[in-house]
Design a protein around this ligand. Structure first.
Ligand code: AP5
Ligand code: MG
Length: 211
């Protein structure tokens, strides 16, 4: 059985884009904690209302909430996952391995990218909520402006995809990631890939390193 994959990388490094491609090409399932939170907000649940302003500011939701949300949405008996957006700090990393994966074979992939290209990627991102497709007005525009190629639904811009919030998100990422990388590096579980290349080039490398 293939290893569970843990995608680590700054906002806009391409985790969601590459997860979608991998799901299409393999039997992996994708679990994105950011998508789960946005669903809760969309449904207006108690959890959604509680986390909305935190996400809009680009800060992290508390570890306990995130761990519970993750556990409630994954079924490790029957699926092999791409974990996208979890873990984000060392506390979440330790909790993932001690209380979710419990020794199940897994591998971390770090999407390395120069922070300078990120703001442009993110401010040009548009997403389709229903189909989960991710577009970019410059590098991956939809065929019909404003509409998803797959579902035809209207594309939206995430509320946290503005320049100011992106800068906060980048700082939050930079402040927490080193111990996470150290954790995986020490265990020989870390693969680093250059995420600054085209989406196709990144995917080709990803396929190789996840074999
Ligand atoms: P989340 O939704 O996880 O956002 P993120 O980590 O900031 O990452 P993004 O989704 O912005 O980037 P991505 O790497 O998926 O890039 P994408 O492929 O879309 O989290 C949002 C918020 O939720 C957090 O800020 C926090 O508040 C909360 N949260 C979530 N998980 C949490 C947790 N575990 N603990 C606490 N809080 C949590 O690509 C970006 C753009 O670039 C797109 O337009 C795409 O088309 C384009 N692109 C992608 N690849 C390429 C390429 N190779 N070349 C050119 N363009 C590209
Ligand atoms: Mg994403």
């Amino acid at each position: 059985m293939a290893a569970q994959l843990i995608f680590l990388g700054a906002p806009g490094s391409g985790k969601g884009t590459q997860a979608n491609k991998l799901v299409e090409a393999t039997s992996y399932s994708h679990i994105s904690t950011g998508d789960l939170l946005r669903e809760e907000i969309g449904k207006g649940t108690e959890l959604g209302n509680r986390v909305k302003s935190i996400m809009d500011e680009g800060k992290l939701v508390d570890d306990q909430t995130m761990l519970e949300l993750l556990k409630a949405n994954c079924d490790l008996d029957s699926k092999t996952y791409i974990f996208d957006g979890f873990p984000r700090n060392i506390e979440q990393t330790e909790a993932l391995h001690s209380s979710v994966l419990n020794g199940i074979d897994s591998k971390a992939v770090y999407f390395k990218i120069n922070p300078e290209v990120i703001v442009e990627r993110i401010t040009n991102r548009r997403i389709a909520k229903g189909s989960g497709q991710i577009y970019n007005l410059i590098t991956k525009p939809p065929r019909v402006p404003g509409k998803c190629d797959i579902s035809g639904e209207d594309l939206i811009q995430r509320k946290d995809d503005n320049e100011e919030t992106v800068r906060t998100r980048l700082k939050v990422f930079a402040d927490a990631i080193e111990p996470v990388l150290g954790f995986y590096r020490e265990k020989g579980m870390l693969v680093e890939i250059d995420a600054g290349r085209s989406s196709e080039e990144v995917f080709n490398t990803l396929i190789e390193v996840t074999k």
